[in-house]
Design a protein around this ligand. Structure first.
Ligand SMILES: [Zn+2]
Length: 127
């Protein structure tokens, strides 16, 4: 009747590693000790892994894939990611490469234009 699987327990042990603690602190510093989604700094902050990669230690993830979130936004993030994954399940595997292309284009647009990339501030033709 374990509440966590063996894999989850092993992962939680790895989060105690000083290398993860250092990476975590760097992420919190970078975010100014505020939730990167809602901006609050007055609650428990967590460092969210945007994606999990099997066999990659938590401290070896690219910092661009780590996000500082409050408890509430962390749960929102997990739910939204699950929705993205579910939506992908309705696209045939031989079309997944197109989903990947779209996601990478979105990532590049967000990196270049920030929120304006998704709020209509940037035209498809560019400036
Ligand atoms: Zn938040």
């Amino acid at each position: 009747m374990a509440r966590h699987t063996k894999g989850q327990r092993a992962y939680m042990e790895r989060l105690k590693d000083p290398r993860w603690q250092k990476k975590r602190l760097e992420a919190l510093e970078r975010a100014g000790w505020k939730c990167e989604w809602c901006g609050t700094g007055k609650v428990n902050l967590q460092v969210h892994h945007g994606a999990y990669e099997r066999d990659l230690p938590p401290w070896e993830y690219p910092e661009e894939s780590l996000f500082v979130l409050c408890d509430h936004c962390h749960e929102r993030a997990e739910n939204v990611r699950a929705g993205v994954y579910r939506a992908l399940g309705f696209i045939s595997p031989w079309h997944h490469k197109h989903a990947l292309t779209l996601l990478r284009e979105l990532q590049a647009a967000l990196a270049e234009f920030g929120e304006e990339a998704v709020t209509g501030g940037v035209s498809a033709e560019g400036a």
